[in-house]
Design a binder for this molecule. Structure first.
Ligand code: GFB
Length: 314
């Protein structure tokens, strides 16, 4: 399928980090007929409102990037909200898209849908082969339901509904909440504050030993467009950079980017989460996509964006 300048594409969650990166990538390609609705304009948890929107606007294509997301602490603190909101938006958007004749939908999942003890790097075939990581089980179950809905609607009705499974993301527009953010925004904030206050040390949650793979959100957006331009995409495609590193090493890189020279300590009373979740990205490589933004460059650019936009204020 080609993306034309007048393709009517609904980007669910266009104000989030992923959705806004997708809008930038589509506009850079000259696609202007985007259907965008803020949460105040359209509550995706409201099935009646979602159905009305699809009936009136008849999108040709949907990129489903709307989700309640957060880091390890937010996930374990608010599992009820994570499962309810993510299940609701997934089922409302997918079902109304199908009812109103939309033929193409790309659903965003997450690498945490795979079993905690999955083989590394994790192939898409590892889905539903073992127990999930407890800290993000509620979120993962909602995402698994969404991508399985896409697979079943595709098989039963012949619509091209498929899913992308991104690794841990970062970049402009992230959430910098001190407790509820993911590790990169959380540490950018903490190292920045420590430098500003002249503190001697910064504390990492957990042991610092878990390994994570990080992808800049602009690389993800390019991968999503690659999938949308593929006529027969796989049901699920992992999207990552192909390399991971321990959280301790990530912290050293962030300290360097921010210019913090003090000590880095750990707090093992906080959760580590899954020990490792490096994705097998062979399917995306076979489609000709690979990540372009190195972690150091991406972190430098993200930190500059934080300073420019006052992300650590308040
Ligand atoms: O980014 P993060 O919250 O996500 O944490 P997950 C990654 C690792 O960094 C964990 C450690 O081992 C954390 O203990 N960490 C160290 C910190 N310091 C910090 C800090 O200041 N803030 C945070 N947030 N972490 C999430 C899932 O898991 O990954 C979501 O809970 C989602 O469902 C997302 O899938 C991609 O990789 O552990």
């Amino acid at each position: 399928m080609s993306l034309n300048s007048d393709s009517r594409i609904f980007i669910a969650g266009h104000r989030g980090m992923v959705g806004s990166a997708v809008v930038r990538a589509l506009r850079a390609k000259g696609v202007e007929a985007l259907l965008l609705r803020s949460r105040a304009e359209l509550d995706l948890c409201d099935s009646v409102a979602v159905e009305r929107f699809f009936a009136e606007e008849k999108p040709e294509m949907v990129i489903h990037s709307a989700a309640r997301v957060g880091g390890i602490h937010a996930n374990r603190t608010f599992p009820a909200e994570f499962i309810y909101e993510n299940l609701s938006v997934a089922q409302n958007v997918i079902h109304s898209a199908w009812r109103q004749g939309c033929q193409r939908l790309l659903f965003l999942g997450s690498s945490c849908i795979y079993p905690r003890e999955a083989p590394q790097p994790i192939p898409e075939t590892a889905l539903l082969t073992g127990p999930l990581e407890p800290t993000n089980e509620a979120y993962a179950l909602a995402k698994i339901a969404g991508l399985e809905m896409c697979r079943h609607y595709r098989n039963q009705y012949g619509v091209c509904y498929h899913s992308a499974m991104p690794t841990n993301l970062y970049g402009p527009g992230d959430n910098y909440h001190p407790d509820h953010s993911h590790v990169i925004p959380g540490l950018l904030r903490r190292f920045h504050q420590a430098k500003h206050d002249g503190a001697n040390s910064v504390v990492l949650w957990g042991t610092g030993r878990p390994r994570r793979e990080f992808l800049h959100v602009d690389d993800l957006a390019a991968g999503l467009l690659t999938l949308l331009e593929t006529e027969h995409p796989p049901d699920i495609a992992n999207i990552g950079c192909g390399e991971d590193l321990p959280i301790r090493e990530l912290a050293e890189v962030i300290a360097d980017v921010v210019g913090f020279t003090g000590e880095i300590k750990t707090d093992p009373s906080m959760p580590d989460g899954t020990p490792r979740k490096l994705l097998d990205i062979s399917r995306m490589r076979a489609l000709g996509w690979s990540a372009r933004i190195s972690l150091v460059d991406g972190l430098r650019q993200t930190y500059a964006e934080c300073l420019q936009n006052g992300r650590f204020e308040g």
